[in-house]
Design a protein around this ligand. Sequence first.
Ligand SMILES: Cc1cc2nc3c(=O)[nH]c(=O)nc-3n(C[C@H](O)[C@H](O)[C@H](O)COP(=O)(O)OP(=O)(O)OC[C@H]3O[C@@H](n4cnc5c(N)ncnc54)[C@H](O)[C@@H]3O)c2cc1C
Length: 457
Amino acid sequence: MKYDVIIIGAGPGGIYSAYELLQKNSGLKIAIFEEGTELESRHCPIDGDKIKSCIHCKTCSIMNGFGGAGAFSDGKYNITNDFGGTLYEYIGRDKALELMKYVDEINMKHGGEGTKMYSTSGTSFKKLCMQNRLTLLDASVRHLGTDINYVVLENLYAEMKDKIDFHFRTPVTRIESLDPGFRIHYGEETAEADQCIVSVGRSGSKWMEEVCKELGIETSSNRVDIGVRVEIPAEIFSHITDELYEGKIVYRTKKFEDRVRTFCMNPHGIVVNENTNGIVTVNGHSFEDQSKKTDNTNFALLVAKHFSEPFKDSNGYGESIARLSNMLGGGVIVQRFGDLERGRRSNQKRIDEGTVRPTLDATPGDLSLVLPKRILDGIIEMIYALDRIAPGMANDDTLLYGVEVKFYNMEVKLDHNLETRYPGLYIIGDGSGVTHSLSHASASGVYVADRILEKLS
Ligand SMILES: Cc1cc2nc3c(=O)[nH]c(=O)nc-3n(C[C@H](O)[C@H](O)[C@H](O)COP(=O)(O)OP(=O)(O)OC[C@H]3O[C@@H](n4cnc5c(N)ncnc54)[C@H](O)[C@@H]3O)c2cc1C
């Protein structure tokens, strides 16, 4: 099979590149190869009743399939260069913001209209944070919510499905350079194209590494973020979440001068399991639908760990810590902050007696047996710093779920077009290491689509 453009991966990066290509040149022959399934066939078997924890399906419905890792996410599109990736380093700050806004317009046209856009500009929290050794990062946040995010994806798929060859349940195993063009291998079959966009996300990171090795494309990897997900009564953070929805707050610890940050805030949301390459970590969701809202707010507190030579496997380090929590707890561990401070494990009785009702059925345990001391010290320091701007944060009953790990894909060596040393081979989204978010991954998709359109015109 011969195509004009082959896209590997149907996450946000792949979807928005396909959408842009179709919008601007409907005559192009495009194929998308996706390891997972169509959106409507994506079902995680964990029902909280018969199946309570991850059974390690062959393909994870949460991470793989149309919509990628973002399909059941909270749908928070952060329009900012301050976090979510380093796309601006390749394409410039203005272009990156312009494309994130462009993606927002696409989302609004496909079911997102009416959802709220939050902004940090002009907020009084900036000053309050500064007065307490905290920094509030600047951003505009479009919050689609898990339900509307799903609708947007449904509408985008409906618009593209008859104009693009979608190959679901089709993991690509190899990319061969033909000079010019590329042959991709899947099962016993192959397909060819002169332009190939690879957008395989975090779940495709190991495969991406193999591809780069085989093709001699340079990579580097030195960062992983490790921490916990905090769950508190929604009222404690409501003055922040009502105004900003998500406050991205950074704290520099007194002890080690490490950076601890809040990540992925879900007002009135739920805590969920996340499966990355068979390792269960924790994450959070929230919903626009009033009936699905809970009494709790959750967010992660993460400490960035950068490694220097000769150590190269930062993700392996994060995985080992997550594996340790899986070993002790059979999955995610939950602990009351008061128990952590008293140096004792939480048990079911103490959790049940607490005032915060957990939204995830995790195993009560002791996070100090899992997290390195330096990381745990940083998290505890930040909880007390946050307590100064949101009193109640450091209550004994505050729940901490662990571990949350933010894996960073190795960074692939790319030029300012997000193109590898092979002309026509583009690597975008989280799989490139350049992005770590919906908005940046989507914008990178639009960006390479435009580069390809220029080339073909
Ligand atoms: C639970 C959860 C909540 C999140 N919430 C948010 C949020 O609110 N805001 C935010 O900005 N970000 C959020 N994120 C992160 C966000 O989802 C990702 O940054 C984004 O999806 C990256 O897009 P991508 O296209 O690069 O990769 P992905 O979305 O990971 O998509 C990659 C796709 O490629 C496919 N694939 C992998 N390997 C192959 C192969 N060899 N052959 C064929 N297909 C392959 C995968 O099946 C997958 O569908 C969340 C992530 C998770 C897991």
